[in-house]
Design a protein around this ligand. Structure first.
Ligand code: GUN
Length: 287
């Protein structure tokens, strides 16, 4: 029987810490501010953006929402980003992805000032993560590391397998595990012997985006299993990339869906925004 790592509990603790630090900053006349841009009316994005706004209110941040119509031009979007880059009250800028097809996501990410890039998607922040010299981490991998630490799991020398190679989760996830001296393998759709590789994992992180993809025969007894998935099963019910019922009896630790990695992502966004406010106000050095 696995121990359940509760993202609900750990994220509440992270948010409480951010709230306390925000209170201290406010006494120095600094209120962290996050701007969230949403283009179009994707229902999932709407839910995420609402949750981000609620989280800001919960920890005491200023939040501004910019809802733009689906037909917004690239120039209009870049103009808004430029305005927010120069707006003193705003410390973090997040442009909710995916964007409508006619907009150039890469150009939008590149336009956000690296100092306000609380998603850590800008190439300059990605590069800093690569060399282990960073302030901002992409929220989901950072949340996974926080969960691993909360359970006192030592990554040092462990075989870590990450399934998925996205820029947002898989690649930075691998890098963070490597920084903690894990021996890291990234698996993807072209990987041969996926089952065998997964079975070698002491720590298995599933970020594939396929419901219940990880089955019992892919997991070593006693492994730590982290589920980044947010999928729907055959009945439309929310589930993860891991078949929880099959895998839980085998694992030593496992994260549930919902209530695992999901709540951590927003908590880490709050942490990044706090960090951005500290750097921009000279409370912390950006060197
Ligand atoms: N869409 C889904 N996840 C994310 C995220 O972490 N950041 C942004 N900007 N958009 C997303």
């Amino acid at each position: 029987m696995a121990k359940i790592i509760s993202g609900k509990e750990v994220s509440a603790q992270v948010r409480a810490d951010v709230r306390a630090e925000c209170e201290t900053l406010k006494q120095q006349g600094i209120t962290p501010g996050l701007a969230v841009i949403i283009v179009g009316d994707d229902p999932a994005s709407r839910v995420y953006v609402n949750n981000k706004k609620k989280a800001c209110a919960d920890v005491g941040f200023l939040s501004e929402e910019y809802t733009l119509p689906a037909q917004t031009t690239q120039e209009e979007l870049l103009d808004l980003i430029e305005k927010l880059n120069n707006k003193k009250e705003i410390n973090g800028i997040l442009c909710q992805l995916p964007l409508p097809k006619h907009l150039d996501e890469k150009a939008v990410i590149n336009a956000i000032s690296p100092l306000k890039d609380v998603d850590a998607f800008h190439p300059s922040n990605v590069g800093r993560i690569m060399i282990g010299d960073y302030h901002f981490l992409p929220c989901t991998p950072a949340g996974v590391m926080e969960l691993i630490h909360s359970a006192d799991i030592d990554v040092n020398g462990k075989n870590c397998v990450v399934i998925g190679r996205s820029n947002i989760v898989g690649k930075p996830m691998a890098m963070l595990l490597l920084h903690e001296n894990g021996t890291v393998t990234i698996c993807h759709s072209r990987t041969k012997n996926l089952k065998e590789i997964c079975r070698s994992a002491d720590i298995l992180v599933a970020a594939v985006g396929k419901p219940k993809f990880v089955k019992a025969d892919m997991v070593k007894e006693g492994a730590v299993v982290i589920d980044v998935g947010m999928d729907r099963d055959e009945n439309g019910k929310l589930c993860g990339d891991v078949d929880f019922n099959e895998v839980e009896p085998l694992a030593s630790y496992i994260t549930p869906v919902p209530g695992g990695v999901g709540p951590m992502t927003i908590a880490m966004l709050m942490k990044n925004t706090l960090m951005a406010a500290k750097i921009q106000n000279g409370v912390l050095n950006n060197a």
